[in-house]
Design a protein around this ligand. Structure first.
Ligand SMILES: *Cc1c(COP(=O)(O)O)cnc(C)c1O
Length: 379
């Protein structure tokens, strides 16, 4: 295969990263925390607005873990989590010895379903335990039903942790994703909309909580000349080198969002005439998606040999990476023994769905190759 591989989602350098990293090296700020970390946090706070406080961490997973700790989730506590997501949304519940309770998606946003959420909460309370927190996800960059979900959570006074790992740059009614819950989290992993190579952030709404998060992320050192600890500590802080990469990346965040949305328009045109395929789109102008990944549902057709897997293979034969949607957590071997509330919506999406190349580095030639595969396949 001599054609270059087209990946699902690759990061792109801005060219500004190097200067920040070099400055860190020159000034010998090669540790966790430091001036780049402070500046990166400040820029994210200004970007997100709504009095957000950012704690920069070494991953999005660490951010979810710290949010659970800060909400007091402990052994045996139940935490509700959207089933259709990446495992990193749910794993930290197990780190705390908690019990994940999974909830199905709805068809309009593919995210957590308000009706099933309420059914789950009521049933858990009836069984004797009120869930301690709810982990919601803006899947593939598209906001969940914020008004409906937060109304349910507020009614039962359960705090929300908003997994915004895929949704930096997305918003709902012009308020940025990540700023709606008690906590929000971001990821700067290599495949996300901007990257720090590996990194994440915890979004909270007070300086005191931010300070407490830094305390935990920095090994829970009590105030003393010697090292003294009265709580479990974690090594979760972002390094000053990674934050330098983040500052360089931050300069192209808006550009990346525009490019990803242009990719979405490209797919819209390509699939316009193809009846067997439905491209995921937000349902109204209230929902602003960064379209981190473009996703389609394929109506299987036995006679024509059309299904998700045959299309995936057609792409693979041209060295183009695609991937099925996230396999729901309640179907995963590690999680299948935990409670689940739903009606097979996520299961159906998983069966019919495919993620398409959506990186901000897609070239016109790349798009032409993608288009050729699609046209030949559905011809
Ligand atoms: C990437 C991702 C995470 C985890 O972020 P890391 O920085 O890789 O730890 C969590 N949730 C979702 C939905 C993600 O896509």
């Amino acid at each position: 295969m001599d054609k270059k591989r087209i990946y699902l989602s690759l990061s792109q350098q801005s060219g500004f990263e190097q200067a920040y990293v070099e400055k860190a090296l020159e000034t010998n700020w090669i540790t966790s925390g430091g001036p780049n970390v402070d500046q990166f946090e400040k820029e994210l706070e200004d970007y997100l607005k709504d009095e957000s406080f950012i704690t920069a961490l070494n991953s999005g997973t660490s951010a979810i873990h710290l949010a659970l700790i800060l909400l007091g989730v402990n052994t045996g506590d139940e935490v509700i989590c959207q089933s259709m997501t990446f495992s990193a949304s749910a794993n930290p519940i197990l780190y705390q010895g908690g019990i994940p309770v999974f909830v199905d998606s709805e068809l309009e946003t593919w995210n957590i379903c308000p009706e099933n959420l309420e059914i789950a909460i009521k049933d858990r309370i009836k069984k004797g335990k009120k869930p301690k927190a709810i982990i919601t996800v803006h899947l593939y960059g598209s906001p969940y039903k914020i008004d409906e979900i937060h109304a349910v959570a507020d009614r039962y006074e359960i705090p929300i942790i908003e997994d915004s790992a895929e949704a930096l740059g997305s918003s709902y009614k012009e308020k940025k994703c990540g700023t709606f819950g008690a906590f929000g989290i971001l990821s700067f992993n290599g495949n996300k909309i901007i990257t720090t190579s590996s990194g994440g952030a915890l979004i909270s709404n007070s300086f005191a909580i931010k300070e407490k998060a830094i305390f935990y992320a920095n090994q829970s050192k009590d105030y003393a000349a010697h090292y003294q600890h009265s709580e479990i500590g974690y090594n979760y802080r972002m390094s000053n080198i990674c934050a330098g990469i983040g500052l360089g990346q931050f300069e192209i965040l808006n550009k990346n969002v525009i490019t990803r949305r242009e990719n979405h328009s490209f797919y819209k045109k390509v699939f316009q005439e193809i009846e067997d395929v439905k491209l995921f789109e937000v349902i109204s102008d209230d929902y602003y998606s960064n379209y981190w990944l473009n996703t389609i549902l394929i109506e299987p057709d036995k006679e024509k040999g059309i299904n998700t897997e045959s299309l995936r293979i057609a792409f693979e034969n041209q060295n183009i990476e695609t991937r099925p949607l996230w396999k729901p957590m309640h179907m995963q071997p590690i999680f299948e023994k935990y409670p689940y509330y739903g009606n097979k919506i996520a299961e159906n999406l998983f069966e019919k769905g495919l993620c398409l190349p959506s990186g901000s580095n897609l070239t016109i030639e790349d798009k032409n190759r993608i288009k050729e595969v699609i046209e030949a396949f559905f011809d």
